[in-house]
Ligand binder design. Structure first.
Ligand code: URA
Length: 449
């Protein structure tokens, strides 16, 4: 069917509902360039202003998913379900690194296609690229063999996967049109559903470090994703989780790999919020993909995979299968070179850590080139922060708020001032009042399940 792009834009601008053929025409225009950037930007703005109903969201998701390669695992004769987790992005969010091997060690297959960091949030792929030799864009054969033989492979998005979204997202990014629940749903799910999953768990972050800054928006995004994915035949569960403080104790890239290796090899010493979130997400993946019927059994299975060292073993196997060193777990410092300056950032007063401006903390990493402004920017994998304090913690004046990993004294003073300003220390009788910061606010399933 042939349409005039401007007529479809006009229809949406005036509050009309586009049918499946009309949305298919627009998605074709994203791929064959028959719609210009200006037309796609105008279409995106019309959607931001007028919204999309559920049928339109399903159409947009399905057409964008089908705009490129859709992975099919059936010929590999895998003896377990294919399941993945996606996070809407956070600061210090390294959960995927431990989660994929834990769930693989429980009998599932996790082909995790993840992104690079953009803006104040970090990207899983950037963390892996701190490991020398790790090939984040392997051939299709190496990716499939790694999933089959190890149970998990964490790689980057290829140009063949949902190419319509790749162009449309970059236009939305520069036209102030990201913030639409319908388009966010289609953008995330087109990529995830193209990976050929049996089930999906979403971690929708909310708080001052998340792009869903309010609970209201997070609830709306989560419900929409659960409904559209389940409607498309992929059972999906969405957790709404806190991003009002750095997740875990480190941020950056190589320093987050070190935290991940410590987590996998010494789980009893792991940050308690990071441990709880990772294990709960793992349990949801194990339950929703049918490996365990009961949530508590799924949780025990995930705990056992971690505590026994089997998850660490899978992580090591995945790294070496994808070209990284075979002894990263035993000798991480042979590969993850430290910065010349590793120095504490001291607290300026005594009291309880009561709040964090997580977005500012994330942006301080971008300023030091541990993150990027444009998708083409190069980053410095060695820069970061470790031992970041947590909300509710008591500090005396002079105690470290974090340890800076930087390359010059100018960078150290810039980072010290950013971190001191972003972390609030309050006087009070007890840390209790500051430690009520919930971690998992809600778990949503589809209304149409
Ligand atoms: N992440 C995506 O992949 N797409 C969006 O639209 C928003 C976040």
């Amino acid at each position: 069917m042939k349409y005039l792009p401007q007529e479809l834009i006009r229809k949406k601008r005036d509050g009309g509902v586009l049918n499946d053929a009309e949305i298919g025409f627009i998605v074709k225009g994203m791929c064959d360039l028959s719609m210009t950037d200006a037309q796609l930007g105008a279409f995106a703005m019309a959607v931001v202003l007028k919204g999309m109903n559920m049928d339109e969201r399903v159409s947009l998701t399905t057409h964008m998913k089908n705009s490129g390669e859709v992975l099919n695992w059936s010929d590999l004769d895998l003896d377990g379900p294919i399941v993945d987790k996606h996070s809407t992005g956070g600061v210090g969010d390294k959960v995927s690194l431990m989660l994929a091997p834990i769930v693989a060690a429980c009998g599932a297959y996790v082909p995790m296609i993840s992104g690079r960091g953009l803006g104040h949030t970090g990207g899983t792929l950037d963390k892996f690229e701190s490991i020398p030799g790790y090939n984040a864009v392997p051939s299709g054969t190496l990716f499939r063999n790694t999933v089959k033989n190890v149970g998990c492979a964490i790689i980057g998005q290829t140009a063949q996967l949902a190419p319509a979204d790749q162009r449309f997202y970059s236009i939305r990014d520069v036209t102030a049109t990201i913030e639409s629940v319908g388009m966010i749903t289609a953008s995330i799910l087109s990529k995830k559903l193209a990976a050929g999953l049996d089930a999906l768990v979403m971690d929708v972050k909310t708080g001052n470090g998340a792009f869903c800054a309010t609970r209201e928006m997070a609830d709306e995004v989560a419900q929409s994703i659960a409904d559209v994915a389940t409607g498309a035949g992929v059972p999906t569960r969405c957790l709404i989780t806190d991003m009002n403080q750095v997740l875990g104790h480190s941020l950056g890239n190589a320093v987050e790999i070190i935290e991940c290796l410590d987590f996998l090899t010494k789980p009893s010493e792991a940050d308690s919020r990071l441990l709880k979130l990772t294990l709960e997400l793992a349990a949801h993946m194990i339950q929703i993909s049918g490996i365990e019927k009961d949530f508590n059994s799924a949780l025990s299975k995930a705990q056992e995979a971690l505590n026994s060292g089997r998850a660490a073993e899978r992580f090591g196997q995945m790294v070496s299968a994808l070209g990284g060193p075979t002894d990263l777990i035993e000798r991480p410092l042979n590969y993850l070179t430290p910065t010349p300056i590793i120095q504490a950032i001291p607290a300026k007063s005594t009291g309880y850590i009561s709040a964090m401006d997580v977005r500012e903390i994330g942006l301080s990493m971008v300023l030091l080139k541990a993150g990027r402004v444009k998708s083409t920017d190069n980053i410095d994998h060695s820069i970061g922060l470790s031992e970041v304090v947590q909300i509710g913690q008591f500090v005396n004046v002079g105690d470290p708020l974090a340890i800076a990993h930087v390359k010059s004294s100018d960078d150290l003073s810039m980072l010290s001032s950013k971190i001191s300003n972003a972390i609030t220390i309050s006087e009070g009788e007890s840390g209790e009042i500051w430690s009520k910061n919930d971690l998992i606010y809600n778990v949503l399933t589809s209304n149409i399940e």
